[in-house]
Design a protein around this ligand. Structure first.
Ligand SMILES: NC(=O)c1ccc[n+]([C@@H]2O[C@H](COP(=O)([O-])OP(=O)(O)OC[C@H]3O[C@@H](n4cnc5c(N)ncnc54)[C@H](OP(=O)(O)O)[C@@H]3O)[C@@H](O)[C@H]2O)c1
Length: 341
C-alpha cells in the first residue's frame, strides 16, 4: 500500500502558505504487535492548527520540520495486530496529514473507538458530534449561565463551535447575535440558524452595529476570535455579564505579539466575570454532550454546514481557508472513502 503524507517543510511568518509544506509518497507503515493500521477518511482542519507550526500552542512543542502536520481525523482500522482494535473499527484522534497511520491506541497516535450515530454520516463525529459540538455544549452549560431573554453575542458564529452554540443558546431562550466574516455567513446565521441579528465584522463598524443590536448591553459574550472583537464586546457588556473565552482565531497568525483588550476594566465597572476554558478538561463527560446533541442533529433541530476539499494534498489550502474565512461550514479534507463504506 502506498502512503501519502503532507509534511511541515518550513515555519510560516504570518500567514501560512503552501510552501510551508511538502507532499511525500512512501510505503504505508506496517503495524507491530499490539498495533494497527488506520486508513484516514476525513481530517478536520481548524485555525488553531496554525499554532502547531510555530509556538506549539498549549504544549509549547511545534510539529518538528519533516514530520506530518498534526490534525484530528476519522479513519478505519484496515490491518490489526491489536485485540481491542479489529479490522473495520472506526476511530477518531490525532492522525496527522497522512493517508495511513500506525497506532497502538495510546501514546503512538492516540485514537479512540467510535460508532457512527443512527441516521448521521460518520464524519459528523469530527465536528457537530466531535470537538465543535462538545465545546459549544460545555461552554454553554458550564460557563455561560444563560437566562431566559439574555442577549448573547457569539464571535466566530458561523464556525464549527459558533454555529452549534448559536442553536443551543437559542434553545435556552437567549436572544443571539452572531459575528461572522461575510454577508453569506450572516444570512445563514439569521435566516437558517435563528440569530436575532448578525454583524459582518469585515464590512460593518463592529462596535456601532453591536451597540444597535444590543441596546441593553451584552449579557453573555462567547469569544472564538479575540483581538479587536473581544475589545468591542467588552465595551458593551451589561451588569454581571459573563464573558467566556474559547478561542482567539484572529491572533493565531501573530507569533510576535497578541492584541490585548483595552476595555477590560469594564469587567470592574459592570461587576462582570471573564472565564477561559479548555475542552480537554471535560473528557470524562464527552458522552454526555454527544448523547444530548445526536438526537438534535438527527432530527434537524441542530443544523450544520460542511466545506469538503477532496484529496490529502488539499490540506494546506484547507488551513489557509480557515485562517482567511474563505470556508463556509466546517472545513474537512476527504482523504479516502474509508468511513463512507
Ligand atoms: N477552548 C477550547 O477548548 C476550544 C475547543 C475548540 C475550539 N476552540 C477555539 O475556538 C475557536 C473556534 O474554533 P472552530 O473549530 O469553531 O473554528 P472556526 O470558527 O470554524 O474557524 C474558521 C473560521 O474562523 C474565522 N476566522 C478566520 N480568521 C479570522 C480572523 N482573523 N478574525 C476572526 N475570525 C476569523 C473564519 O470565519 P469568518 O469568515 O467568520 O471570519 C473561519 O471560517 C478557535 O479559536 C479554536 O481555537 C477552543
Amino acid at each position: 500500500m502506498k502512503n501519502t503524507r503532507v509534511l511541515v517543510a518550513s515555519r510560516p511568518e504570518g500567514m501560512v502558505t503552501g510552501q510551508n509544506f511538502r507532499v511525500e509518497h512512501s510505503e504505508a507503515p506496517v503495524p507491530a504487535d499490539r498495533e494497527f493500521l488506520i486508513e484516514v477518511a476525513y481530517l478536520i482542519v481548524t485555525p488553531p492548527l496554525r499554532m502547531w507550526l510555530t509556538s506549539g500552542g498549549l504544549s509549547g512543542k511545534p510539529v518538528p520540520l519533516g514530520a506530518p502536520m498534526r490534525c484530528a481525523g476519522l479513519g478505519r482500522v484496515v490491518e490489526s495486530r491489536h485485540p481491542d482494535f479489529p479490522v473495520g473499527q472506526l476511530v477518531t484522534g490525532d492522525m496527522g496529514w497522512q493517508r495511513y497511520v500506525v497506532s497502538d491506541g495510546a501514546a503512538k497516535a492516540p485514537v479512540a473507538k467510535v460508532t457512527a450515530r443512527e441516521g448521521l454520516p460518520a464524519r459528523t463525529l469530527l465536528h457537530v458530534l466531535g470537538s465543535g459540538g462538545r465545546t459549544a455544549y460545555f461552554g454553554l452549560t458550564e460557563y455561560c449561565k444563560p437566562r431566559l431573554g439574555d442577549t448573547m453575542v457569539i464571535s466566530g458564529a458561523a464556525g464549527n463551535v459558533g454555529s452549534i452554540l448559536v442553536q443551543l443558546a437559542r434553545m435556552q431562550g437567549c436572544r443571539v447575535i452572531g459575528i461572522a466574516g461575510s454577508d453569506r455567513k450572516c444570512n445563514w446565521l439569521t435566516k437558517e440558524l435563528g440569530c436575532a441579528g448578525a454583524v459582518n465584522y469585515r464590512n460593518d463598524d463592529l462596535p456601532m452595529r453591536l451597540r444597535q443590536l444590543c441596546p441593553d448591553g451584552i449579557d453573555i459574550f462567547f469569544d472564538n476570535v479575540g483581538g479587536e472583537t473581544l475589545d468591542a464586546a467588552l465595551g458593551l457588556i451589561a451588569p454581571r455579564a459573563r464573558v467566556v473565552l474559547c478561542g482567539a482565531t484572529s491572533q493565531y497568525n501573530n507569533d510576535a505579539e497578541w492584541y490585548g483588550p483595552h476595555n477590560y476594566f469594564n469587567l470592574v465597572y459592570k461587576q462582570a466575570e471573564m472565564h477561559g476554558f479548555y475542552i480537554a478538561n471535560f473528557a470524562a463527560r464527552f458522552d454526555e454532550a454527544v448523547n444530548r446533541l445526536a438526537p438534535l442533529v438527527a432530527d434537524g433541530r441542530i443544523k450544520y454546514a460542511e466545506d469538503v476539499l477532496d484529496g490529502l494534498e488539499q490540506a494546506p489550502q484547507a488551513l489557509i481557508r480557515t485562517l482567511t474565512g474563505e470556508n463556509f461550514g466546517v472545513q474537512l479534507v476527504k482523504v479516502s472513502d474509508a468511513a463512507d463504506k
